[in-house]
Design a protein around this ligand. Sequence first.
Ligand code: ADP
Length: 191
Amino acid sequence: MRIILMGPPGAGKGTQAKVVAEHFGVPAISTGDIFRFNVSEGTELGVKAKQYMDAGEYVPDEITNLMVRNRIDESDAEPGFLLDGYPRTLSQVEELDGMIKFTGHELDAVVVLTVDSEELVQRLLARAETDGRSDDTEDVIRRRQEVYAEQTEPLIDVYRDRNLLIEVDGMGEVDEVTKRIFDALDDVRES
Ligand code: ADP
């Protein structure tokens, strides 16, 4: 399975990505997690990415694309993968198309988690209290929502036009949302 998990910041992508990837026996590839790991290790990539992340902006496409390409090339991603947080721009969509085509496979589904905007802000502010992520301050949260609306929301129409889009209600308990995603993706796998 080759799956993309999309949704605004705070929609619960990271939480769901791990469970869903495990269910399908593929690695969950989270660009946010890879960037944060590099920031914490102080790598060259981390140093470059940090300034953008802390401002709530996207890391430039060239940097992100290369990072994802290298990750997808690893052997554990041969049977498939679940992408969390990529693609986020139209140029990343094109880039990913190229990467998948090169392997001779196709994308199976794009799951979008939908959550009310008020609830999103509440969740991120709650996470700020517990996780202390440097981009979970109120100003940066607002900026991340704007950037999502401007640069990432247009991707929803692209994937809808390709008949790959599955919209899943992301409100409610974590387990309920997981079940909705499983149900939707099991239909895809059987078809
Ligand atoms: P969120 O919880 O806001 O969805 P993530 O943890 O997925 O955020 O990502 C954190 C930050 O990492 C983003 O705000 C952005 O700066 C950077 N980032 C992650 N994925 C991408 C991407 N595909 N393109 C550009 N920047 C990205």
